[in-house]
Design a protein around this ligand. Structure first.
Ligand code: S3P
Length: 447
């Protein structure tokens, strides 16, 4: 699958107050991991609340290609019959991970220390993204990789025959790289150690422990030192996937900038490695209440009550970036609807996401009449106050679901409508976005 279909133009027109209940889909990061870890366990893992976005469906297909039995029983209800650590069979064909960096990088990790060759590709967005950040540490285990110039897909990965354990310090704050190394370490005798100077999302660590791996995390002056003991027998689990805080950010931000809005978003993960956007929005003056805090599927969650708010620009602390890395595009839209400027520094990782997100947001916001400043590592948005964005532009989404949804949120509050050239990538992470947002009162039209 390419991860998206034919280009689908979509327009958002200024809407009246948003109201009602926004049930956002399952967490994308946890959904990928539930399928992959289930495939590496011996026996049947049962999953509820799985995100059925194209990214995750592509990972399900990949796990089948490596020999696991992956079955859908009903909406969000799936089972995975795993083959055990080191039990993968060599895929007969190229593995197409569509649009998903998480999918391809984690799957490369989990086959990298098994004696087999697998070839990976993806859509035009994924084929531009760097894989060297994963294949460099995998080479330390003895894995070889042959890709296009610049470490790009398509790429053949030759698993190490006699892998040795590795100690690796992450040069970039990336949960995908951390996870790829840990997954490779699963099939290696001895202890694999990953040091992360800056904490990134910790779903791999939490879930591996849940699946029975021996894994410890020690907080040191160097950062988190994660030690995994290789060759465990992973036990199948029952996984209840919590709702995705990154997807929730779209209706939440829309409600904050559309006058008179008042919405309820139940069961949103408040994992400390994921909740930076909510801390930032509250600092900007957002009226969000975090009700009924509890644990669901091993994650801290809360129900969010969100009301339209007069927001002010702030300086986002750069050290918060890993905990809100996917939310900067929609934050830039909120910033345009705040008073004063919002300064986002330490965000150069955004340049190697599904698109160059600093560039995509800067160009789109400029087209909508907003003043922005940028450098390699920074985006500064000059706010125009609530409802102050002129709009009236068509923005390019560059096969990037979060850019597409961000400009649709922008159009819900701008003076003139905002159009995106292609809404189809939204299906990679939030297939029901259009229905959910129109259900709250948003005006979205296709074509
Ligand atoms: C993810 C990690 C992040 C994030 C991505 C999901 C994960 O990527 O942007 O959407 O599930 O591990 P990086 O590891 O590249 O920061």
């Amino acid at each position: 699958m390419s991860g998206h279909g034919a280009a689908q133009v979509m327009t958002a027109t200024k809407s009246g107050a948003l109201s009602g209940r926004a049930e956002v889909p399952g967490d994308k990061s946890i959904s990928h991991r539930a399928l992959i870890f289930g495939a590496m366990a011996v026996g049947e893992t049962k999953i509820t609340g799985l995100l059925e976005g194209q990214d995750v469906l592509d990972t399900a297909a990949a796990m089948r290609a490596f020999g696991a039995e992956v079955v859908q029983h009903g909406p969000g209800a799936w089972s995975v019959h795993g083959v055990g650590v080191g039990g993968f069979r060599e895929p007969e064909n190229v593995i197409d991970c569509g649009n998903s960096g998480t999918g391809v990088r984690l799957i490369m990790g989990c086959m990298a220390t098994t004696a087999m060759t697998a070839t990976f590709t993806g859509d035009a967005s994924l084929r531009k993204r760097p894989m060297g950040r994963v294949t460099d540490p995998l080479a330390l285990f003895g894995t070889q990789a042959y890709g296009r110039k610049g470490g790009r897909l398509p790429m053949a990965v030759v698993g190490a025959v006699n892998p040795v354990p590795v100690r690796y310090t992450l040069p970039v704050a990336s949960a995908q790289v951390k996870s790829a190394v840990l997954l490779a370490g699963l099939n290696v005798p001895g202890q694999t150690v990953v040091v992360e100077p800056e904490a990134t999302r910790d779903h791999t660590e939490r879930m591996l422990v849940g699946f029975g791996a021996q894994l410890t995390v020690e907080k040191t002056a160097e950062g988190n030192v994660i030690t995994l003991t290789g060759q465990p027998e992973l036990r199948p689990q029952v996984v209840a996937v919590p709702r995705d805080p990154s997807s929730a950010a779209f209706p939440v931000c829309a409600a904050l900038i559309v006058e008179g809005s008042d919405i309820f978003v139940p069961g949103v993960s408040q994992n400390l490695t994921r909740n930076g956007i909510y801390i930032t929005l509250v600092e900007m003056g957002a009226d969000i209440t975090f009700e009924n805090p509890r644990e669901e599927g091993g994650e801290p969650v809360a129900d969010l009550r969100v009301k339209f708010s007069a927001l002010k620009g702030i300086e986002v602390p750069p050290e918060r970036a890993p905990s809100m890395i996917d939310e900067y595009p929609v934050l830039a839209v909120v910033a345009a609807n705040a008073t004063g400027k919002t300064v986002m520094r330490g965000i150069k990782e955004l340049r190697v996401k599904e698109s160059d997100r600093i560039d995509a947001m800067a160009r789109g916001l400029e087209a909508c009449g907003v003043t922005v400043e940028e450098d390699e590592d920074t985006l500064i948005v000059h706010g125009m106050g609530a409802g102050g964005v002129p709009g009236g532009a068509t923005c390019a989404t560059h096969i990037d679901h979060r850019i597409a949804m961000s400009f649709m949120v922008a159009g819900m509050a701008s003076k003139a409508p905002i159009t995106i050239d292609d809404a189809s990538p939204i299906a990679t992470s939030f297939p029901l976005f259009e229905g959910l947002m129109t259900g709250l009162g948003a005006v979205l039209t296709k074509g």
